[in-house]
Design a binder for this molecule. Sequence first.
Ligand SMILES: [Zn+2]
Ligand SMILES: [Zn+2]
Length: 57
Amino acid sequence: MCRKPINVGSQLVRCAVSTCNSGKIKLVFCSAGCWDAHLPNARHRDAYFTEEIARRQ
Ligand SMILES: [Zn+2]
Ligand SMILES: [Zn+2]
């Protein structure tokens, strides 16, 4: 998971693969490049992400 703080209202990248985006674990990243960096660890067969705007928790 990205360790940079993501401010409310800024764009974030969410891993859309179900193993990364189900249950309590929802992986979000500050950029597409940052998301790309987790792929070697995650071993997704079909990797894709969605972009969204960070909302207040
Ligand atoms: Zn992932
Ligand atoms: Zn990041």
